[in-house]
Design a protein around this ligand. Structure first.
Ligand code: PLP
Length: 452
C-alpha cells in the first residue's frame, strides 16, 4: 500500500488524507510537539524535585519538603499478600475483584458506620485516575475549596470542565464554610456541580469535625451538589477519629480512598471509590470508560489489597504507631515555625503543614520576596529547603503561603523504633531528634533563614 503523505503536526490535512507520524515529522525542524497537548506543564511537585536534585548534583545540601509520599513501609501482612499473589495473571473485572470490593465495603462499614456493599465500590489504578474518570463522565462544574491538592484543577482543565475555586481562610482553619457553598449555589441554582472535600487535608493538615460536615451536608443536599469526599488521608487522622461526610449525606457522597497514604503504597497504584445507590449511574459510566482505557487494576495488587482492607490487628498497630509519630512531629514543627512569627494551623492529620509567612511580609519584602513562588525559590537557593509555594494550591500569588511535607525521614527505622516502645509511650522530642531529624533540620534552617 502506498504510504500516505506526511505533514508536520499542526498543518491542516486534506479530507481523506491519513496522518502518519514518521521519524522526520516528529523530529523535523520547527515542529512543536506540544501543539496537541491541552495546555499543561510539568506537575509542580515533580519540578521542585528535579530542581532539588540538580542542586544536590552540584554538591549543595538540600532538605526536601516538596514531595508528599508516605515515609513508612507497606505493612508486612500486605507485602506478604502481594508475594503470595504474584502469580495472579488474568485480567480482572473492570469494577474490581469481588473479594476486594467486599473487603472495601466492610472497611467502610467498620470504620465509618455506613452502609456500603461490594456493588457500590469501584477499584482503579489510584484514586487520582478515578477522579479523572468521574470528571470525564459528569458534565458539571468542579468546586474546589482552596488551598487544595495540586491535581483537581488540572484534571478539570484537561477535560474542559469549569472550575470554581472557593478561597478559605486561615482563621477558619482553611475549611470551607456552609455559607460559602450556599452562596455559590445561589448564583445559578440547579447547576450541576461536584464539590471536592479533602480531609485530613493536603496541604493544610487540618480536618472537618462531625458538626461541620453535617452543616456542609445540609447545604449540599439542599442544592443537589455531589460531594467528592477525598479521604485518602482519613486513616492518618492523628487520633484515629476520622469522620466521613458520608454519614450525613449518604445519597450524594462519593468517598475516595486507597492504599497510597495510610498504607505507604503510593507506587502500587490502587484507589477506591464508594458510591451511594443513587449515583450508580456514575459508577457505570466510569466503568464503561475504564473498560476502554485501563481495563482493570493490576491483579496481584488487587489480591494483596484485600489484606489491607480486611480487619487485621497487625495493621491497626501499624496505624497506631505511624499516627503517633506524625502526631508528635507535625505539631513540633508547627511550634518551631510559630516561634519565629510564622502563622500555621495545628495539624490534626496527614503529613503536611501550610504555613503563612505574611506576618514577616515587610522583612521579606526588603529582601525582594513578595510572592510565594519567590519565597520557595529563594528558600531553596539560599537555605537549601525545598517546598511548594501556596500559589500551586490555588492561593493568590502575593499570599506568602507554602506547603511543607514532613516526610523526609526513614519511616521504616522510625517505625521499628516505635515498635520497641511500650504501647502507651508517647513519642518524645528525643525520639524525633533521633529518627525524624530530616524534617526538624529542614524547618530549623527555614526558620533561621526567614528570621535573618
Ligand atoms: N488526593 C490527595 C489529596 C492526594 O494528596 C493524593 C496524592 O498525592 C491523591 C488524592 C491521589 O492518590 P492516589 O495515589 O490514590 O492516586
Amino acid at each position: 500500500m502506498a504510504r500516505a503523505m506526511v505533514r508536520p503536526l499542526g498543518s491542516a490535512y486534506e479530507a481523506g488524507e491519513i496522518p502518519i507520524m514518521s521519524e522526520e515529522s516528529l523530529n523535523g525542524p520547527g515542529v512543536n510537539l506540544n501543539l496537541r497537548v491541552r495546555g499543561l506543564g510539568k506537575s509542580p511537585t515533580v519540578a521542585i524535585n528535579e530542581h532539588s536534585d540538580r542542586l544536590r548534583a552540584e554538591g549543595r545540601e538540600v532538605w526536601k519538603l516538596g514531595l508528599g509520599q508516605s515515609p513508612f513501609p507497606v505493612p508486612r501482612a500486605v507485602v506478604n499478600a502481594l508475594k503470595e499473589n504474584a502469580h495472579q495473571k488474568d485480567y480482572l473485572a473492570v469494577q474490581g475483584l469481588l473479594q476486594l470490593r467486599e473487603a472495601v465495603a466492610g472497611y467502610h462499614q467498620r470504620k465509618h458506620g455506613v452502609n456500603v456493599s461490594a456493588d457500590d465500590v469501584l477499584i482503579g489504578p489510584g484514586s487520582k485516575e478515578l477522579m479523572f474518570l468521574l470528571q470525564l463522565v459528569y458534565y458539571g462544574d468542579l468546586v474546589i475549596p482552596t488551598p487544595s491538592w495540586v491535581s483537581y484543577a488540572p484534571q478539570a482543565q484537561i477535560i474542559g470542565r469549569q472550575v470554581r475555586m472557593l478561597p478559605t481562610r486561615a482563621e477558619n482553619d482553611w475549611l470551607l464554610t456552609p455559607d460559602q457553598l450556599d452562596e455559590l449555589c445561589h448564583e445559578d441554582t440547579g447547576r450541576p456541580r461536584i464539590v471536592v472535600l479533602n480531609y485530613p487535608s493536603n496541604p493544610t493538615g487540618g480536618t472537618y469535625e462531625g458538626e461541620e460536615l453535617a452543616a456542609l451536608a445540609q447545604v449540599a443536599r439542599r442544592h443537589g451538589v455531589i460531594v467528592l469526599s477525598d479521604e485518602i488521608y482519613g486513616e492518618l487522622n492523628f487520633k484515629g477519629e476520622h469522620v466521613s461526610i458520608e454519614r450525613f449525606y449518604p445519597e450524594g457522597t462519593i468517598v475516595a480512598s486507597g492504599l497510597s497514604k495510610w498504607c505507604g503504597a503510593g507506587g502500587w497504584r490502587l484507589g477506591t471509590f464508594a458510591f451511594p445507590r443513587q449515583l450508580h449511574w456514575l459508577l457505570e459510566a466510569m466503568s464503561a470508560v475504564a473498560s476502554e482505557t485501563f481495563t482493570s487494576t493490576s491483579a496481584p495488587i488487587q489480591y494483596a489489597a484485600v489484606a489491607a482492607f480486611e480487619p487485621n490487628i497487625e495493621i491497626e498497630r501499624y496505624l497506631w504507631r505511624t499516627r503517633h509519630i506524625l502526631r508528635a512531629l507535625g505539631p513540633e514543627l508547627a511550634r518551631r515555625l510559630r516561634a519565629v512569627g510564622v502563622e500555621v494551623i495545628e495539624p490534626v492529620g496527614g503529613f503536611y503543614l501550610f504555613p503563612d509567612f505574611s506576618p514577616l511580609r515587610e522583612k521579606l519584602a526588603a529582601r525582594g520576596i513578595t510572592t510565594s513562588e519567590k519565597l520557595a525559590n529563594r528558600a531553596l537557593e539560599e537555605a537549601g529547603v525545598a517546598f511548594l509555594p501556596g500559589t500551586h494550591f490555588g492561593r493568590p500569588r502575593e499570599e506568602l503561603t507554602a506547603r511543607l511535607a514532613y516526610v523526609n525521614f526513614d519511616g521504616a527505622t522510625a517505625l521499628a523504633a516505635a515498635e520497641q516502645q511500650p504501647a502507651d509511650a508517647e513519642i518524645d522530642l528525643a525520639f524525633l531528634k533521633r529518627y525524624c531529624e530530616g524534617p526538624l533540620t529542614a524547618v530549623d534552617r527555614l526558620c533561621e533563614w526567614v528570621a535573618r
